[in-house]
Design a protein around this ligand. Structure first.
Ligand code: IPE
Ligand code: IPE
Ligand code: MG
Length: 243
């Protein structure tokens, strides 16, 4: 199985501000960077899943103008990139609460998810109106609803398998690597449950300045990491034995 990479695409506003432009211009440039990075990711570098953090459950706090612009860009992207997805067998999926998105946006997302469902190449997961806490709360409620429908009157005990099985995309493996651009050291509510053992890579570059080469650099850094998942690696076991 190939890698699952998640990207917190941050810094669009700062990119625009630094040039005396509107924040919306930064989002437009950010979209261009996203296209570049998706192309590189799909070019056979061992990435099976790419989750892009497009819009968080907290991003509604921004002005109606900015929110509307981002939603418009998403719709444009979905339409303009269908041919690319089709040529490259890219399956598009969604993470987040679709029910609380404007109906036109939700409809376009549902359409592209359905139209690319049979594509067996890389999967691009658009985290849109996504919040890690919101996803966990919805997962627990889904689990409770299906449990109370099947075993009425019985005590329901939640466990990790049940929560994991009711997340937005339960079949997708946990992310191996989470990239954050624009030099911020926080998760901002991205994949809270799934990222328990993800490696983090922080880049100071603002998202609109990102290119495919930056993704390659991030993957190379990831490949040098040692992942222990709470255990001990074989080299340190051997060292312990020889002491
Ligand atoms: C990321 O860039 C895009 C979204 C959150 C939608 P920002 O818009 O957060 O850019 P900064 O952080 O203000 O520079
Ligand atoms: C995280 O960036 C959300 C996305 C990239 C979509 P934000 O810019 O919203 O995060 P904070 O506010 O800096 O934590
Ligand atoms: Mg930001």
């Amino acid at each position: 199985m190939g890698l699952h990479v998640g990207i917190i695409m941050d810094g669009n506003g700062r990119w625009a501000q630094a040039r005396g432009l509107m924040r919306t211009q930064g989002h437009l440039e950010g979209l261009k960077a996203a296209k570049q990075v998706v192309k590189t990711a799909a070019s056979g570098m061992g990435i099976d899943f790419l989750t892009l953090y497009v819009f968080s459950t907290e991003n509604w706090k921004r002005t109606a103008e900015e929110v509307g612009f981002i939603m418009g860009l998403v719709r444009q992207y979905l339409k303009a990139e269908f041919a690319f997805a089709s040529e490259n067998h890219i399956r598009v999926r969604h993470a987040g609460d679709l029910s609380r998105l404007p109906p036109d946006v939700a409809g376009d997302i549902a359409d592209v998810c359905r139209d690319t469902e049979s594509f067996a190449g890389m999967q691009v997961i658009l985290a849109l109106n996504y919040g890690g806490r919101d996803e966990i709360v919805r997962a627990v409620n889904k689990a409770l609803a299906s449990a109370s429908a099947s075993v009425s009157g019985k005590e329901i005990k939640i466990n990790e398998t049940i929560i994991a099985g009711h997340l937005d995309n339960p079949d997708i493996p946990d992310p191996d690597l989470i990239i954050r651009t624009a030099g911020e050291y926080r998760t901002s509510n991205f994949l809270l449950w799934e990222a328990a053992y993800a490696e983090y890579y922080i880049s100071d570059k603002l998202w609109p300045d990102w290119t495919g080469a930056d993704l390659v650099e991030a993957i190379e850094s990831f490949q040098k990491r040692e992942r222990r998942f709470g255990g001990v690696n074989s080299a340190s076991c051997e060292a312990g034995v020889s002491l």
